[in-house]
Ligand binder design. Structure first.
Ligand code: NAD
Ligand code: ZN
Length: 341
């Protein structure tokens, strides 16, 4: 099969011919149709410090996918050949306290496909049947291929009650934009997004119909008063990983406000803890998706009108992966999808 792999401990990826994976009794084999390119894949392409420490070589990369089941392990029940599916790319253990309590997303033994284990940038993917998420007929493959990042957005956005609340999203990358769309969908009052990149702000307005501002040009306190909010934002969703954005968020929150943080700051990042204490803020770190409650909620929302399709701005055949990664690296894109058909 064709697969996109890290073949040497150096920048880049290579399109290789690899054996079709053999599945175990509890696995399925998925014929991959579409895959999403993620910021994580760009880190792996760039071979930065994190990638060098984390990713074994050789490795087939990629973790955002949709496809169809073409083989079932002998113990697998409740799935069938031809089943369209996406799936959770975090492979969990079953022996930790958290897993045994049913909090699968908090399992410390979690391993990621395309990061620690063979991934989805390939014509076929082996996946534990446990991780499969069937796709309803009305969710197309390319949306199936971005359920992983949509799930990050949904997990973060649903961390706190948003009904009638004023929400600040810092960072209009694909995940911040989708989180803003989710916040609107579930009934937030005002949703404001910040980003430094004008193309990303424009995409946020287009996909999520939200107010998008450049925080270097517009003070958030002016946005708060222009929108008729009395004190500040009730809920913050940090989606940039930028220290400056978190600082601005803390300043713009109401007393007792709640912040969910998905963005990953590079290294240690100084935080003005006294502001957080005196404002009585709650901060929650968010990793991955709740397995499988986030998947349930996001599919239900997609079926009742949540539309994030415009966040996909570029589509390439898998053979044009270089162009796809170049597009991602330019910052002038939303989600980029590769076609393996
Ligand atoms: P992205 O890099 O595409 O988007 C980040 C956006 O933040 C960019 O558009 C950038 O212009 C903007 N930005 C940078 N500095 C800013 C500032 N000071 N104020 C406002 N915006 C600023 O990333 P993404 O794929 O959308 O992911 C969002 C974040 O979530 C990243 O930090 C990523 O590493 C992280 N992430 C975390 C998890 C998790 O499980 N915790 C999973 C996936 C992604
Ligand atoms: Zn991803």
């Amino acid at each position: 099969m064709r697969a996109l792999a890290k073949t040497a401990p150096a920048p880049g990826l290579e399109l290789i011919t690899a054996p079709v994976p053999e599945i175990g009794p509890d696995d399925v084999l998925i014929r991959v149709k579409k895959t999403g390119v993620c910021g994580t894949d760009v880190h792996i392409w760039n071979w930065d410090d994190w990638a060098e420490k984390t990713v074994p070589v050789p490795l087939i990369t990629g973790h955002e996918f949709a496809g169809e089941i073409v083989e079932l392990g002998r113990n697998v029940e409740g799935l069938h050949l031809g089943q369209r599916c996406s799936g959770e790319g975090h492979l969990i253990g079953h022996s930790s306290r958290q897993s045994r309590a049913g909090k699968f997303h908090l399992d410390p033994e979690t391993r990621g496909i395309g990061v620690n284990e063979q991934g989805a940038f390939a014509e076929y993917l082996r996946l534990p049947a446990f991780n499969v998420v069937p796709l309803p007929d009305d969710i197309p493959d390319e949306i199936g291929a971005i359920l992983d990042p949509l799930g990050n957005a949904v997990h973060t956005a649903l961390s706190f009650d948003l009904v009638g609340e004023d929400v600040l999203v810092t960072g209009a990358g694909p995940i911040g934009i989708m989180a803003a769309a989710v916040a609107k969908h579930v009934g937030a009052r005002h949703v404001v997004v910040t980003d430094l990149n004008p193309e990303r702000r424009a995409l946020a307005r287009k996909v999520a119909n939200v107010t998008a501002v450049d925080p270097r040009e517009v003070a958030l306190r002016d946005v708060v008063s222009d929108l008729g909010m009395s004190q500040g934002f009730d809920v913050g969703l940090e989606m940039s990983g930028a220290q400056a954005a978190l600082d601005q968020m803390v300043e713009a929150m109401v007393m007792g406000g709640r912040i969910a943080m998905l963005g990953i700051p590079p290294g240690k990042s100084p935080v003005d803890w006294s502001r957080i204490v005196f404002k009585a803020l709650t901060i929650k770190g968010v990793y991955g998706r709740e397995i499988f409650e986030t998947w349930y909620k996001m599919i239900a929302m997609l079926e009742n009108g949540l539309d994030v399709s415009a966040v996909i701005t570029h589509r390439f055949p898998a053979a044009e992966f270089r162009e796809a990664f170049e597009t991602m690296r330019s910052g002038a894109s939303g989600k980029v999808v590769l076609d393996w058909g």
